[in-house]
Design a protein around this ligand. Structure first.
Ligand code: UDP
Length: 455
């Protein structure tokens, strides 16, 4: 969902604000009811197409998500070529926009002579890493997590090796080889749109937006967050009615993204920690995964009830001051509700932008992908989030959870983070007005496509 939603939102903007029609092409692998509901709510002028599944039985069962995605993309090229060629035969194609994982499909746009660009659904910091990774790879012999000094990416705050992208944590894993491949391809598109805005990453955006030979032009177009509800009415109204009954700014929203799961032990520590904090909370819970001590992703494939994993008596003891939702919540609606005062999040970029747009300060608890880098940015550079300390056994203990929750909701640190979030919220709204930097950047791209030129 972290790629699907911002790509669809970009397509919506191009249709609603810039007069294009758009075809949104996605995969049937990973397709979920939430995605289905989202596709069914697309506005007129925006159609969608599901690529057929590709065989993946030759891949090992425990292959990382990034490796799977890259194989799906590479194996979908022939089918995608047919679709684009058919589209082009009937419609003048103004532009072809790929996801960061879509580099292997750029050859099709080049063959057909269609202007093309990449949409980086995350931020300038991650893009800076992609541009710099081939150099970093050549200059580093050890695992990045063993580097004695933090890595300095152009335009970014220093990042410790173990806070770099998840697939960079094991250089022998196939996922790392694919990441390098993606990084090498990242200079090939004619332009790159980024779902961030100048005030969010002032130095990184300035650095990457400077013209540099051999690097595509970079345009900030964010924050593009989900507009409109795509969630089941019933679930949505149950949770919003509960929020209506809570005092303003009193509820901590707890969610680890569209696929994040915690280990059994960690899930129980979160439950005890939330209870100890005495804070009101709304928690989206999934069944635990025991793959990794701290957390995993897309681990919850079970039909089991996640409530079975709570400590005994937890639901009874927290009744009245807590609401627990299984698997999914209407996140944007929750974050925009006046009772929500804090967000304990895995720091996925969409969740981060949604929190920024609604001015909700965060506790950032990274699990996978580029979330540890986001956590550094949010807690150390922007100072709009707190980051709990992880124990040596990679578990965050209940006392630490309770401490950080109380600090966010009632402490001085939380007050300061809330103030800075309010400033960022204002800057985000301004960036998207017709005079704002992100609106103008997308308008420039749209103008170039209308004139039939590369971005
Ligand atoms: N989301 C939601 N309800 C949930 C969990 C996630 O609506 O219970 C949405 C969330 O609002 C965000 C997206 O799914 O738009 C998750 O994207 P993000 O980049 O934060 O994390 P990812 O799931 O990709 O790790």
């Amino acid at each position: 969902m972290g790629h699907f939603i911002p790509l669809a939102e970009l397509a919506k903007r191009l249709v609603l604000h810039h007069g294009f029609s758009a075809t949104f092409i996605t995969f049937s692998d990973f397709f979920s009811p939430a995605q289905d509901a989202f596709l069914n709510s697309l506005p007129p002028g925006l159609s969608s197409f599901l690529l057929p599944p590709v065989p993946l039985d030759d891949l090992p069962a425990d292959v990382q998500i990034e490796t799977r995605l890259c194989h799906i993309v590479a194996r979908s090229v022939p089918r995608l070529r047919d679709i684009l060629a058919t589209l082009k035969a009937t419609t003048p194609l103004a532009g072809y926009v790929i996801d960061v994982f879509g580099g292997d499909t750029l050859c099709i746009a080049k063959e057909l002579g269609v202007p093309h660009c990449m949409y980086c659904t995350t931020n300038f910091t991650a893009l800076s890493l992609l541009f710099y990774l081939p150099t970093l790879h050549r200059n580093t012999l050890c695992e990045y997590r063993d580097l004695p000094e933090p890595v300095i990416l152009p335009g970014c705050a220093p990042i410790r090796g173990d806070d770099l992208l998840h697939p960079m944590q094991d250089r022998n894993n196939e996922a790392y080889a694919w990441l390098l491949h993606i990084a090498e391809r990242s200079r090939e598109p004619e332009g790159i749109l980024v779902n961030s805005f100048v005030e969010m990453e002032p130095v990184a955006s300035k650095t990457l937006m400077e013209n540099e030979p051999g690097r595509p032009l970079v345009y900030p177009v964010g924050p593009l967050i989900r507009s409109g509800s795509n969630d089941g009415e019933e679930k949505c109204s149950e949770c919003l009615e509960w929020l209506d009954r809570q005092p303003t700014g009193s509820v901590l929203f707890v969610s680890f993204g569209s696929g994040g799961t915690l280990s059994m032990e960690q899930l129980r520590e979160v439950a005890f920690g939330l209870e100890m904090s005495g804070t009101r909370f709304l928690w989206v819970v999934r069944c635990p995964s025991d793959k990794e001590a701290g957390g995993a992703f897309f681990g919850d494939k079970s039909a089991d009830d996640p409530l079975n994993y709570f400590p005994e008596g937890f639901l009874e003891r927290t009744e009245g001051s807590a609401l627990v939702l299984r698997f999914w919540a209407p996140q944007v609606e929750v974050l925009s509700h006046s009772s929500t005062g804090g967000f304990l999040s895995h720091g996925g970029w969409n969740s981060t932008l949604e929190s920024v747009v609604h001015g909700v300060p965060m506790i950032v608890w990274p699990l996978y992908a580029e979330q540890r880098m986001n956590a550094v940015m949010l807690s150390e550079t922007m100072k709009v989030a707190m980051r709990p300390e992880v124990g040596k056994d990679r578990v965050v203990r209940r006392e630490e959870i309770s401490r950080v929750v109380k600090e966010l909701m009632e402490g001085e640190g939380g007050r300061a983070a809330r103030e800075r979030m309010a400033e960022l919220r204002e800057a985000a709204a301004k960036a998207l007005t017709e005079e704002g930097s992100s609106y103008k950047a997308l308008a420039e791209v749209a103008g170039k496509w209308k004139a039939g030129i590369a971005v």
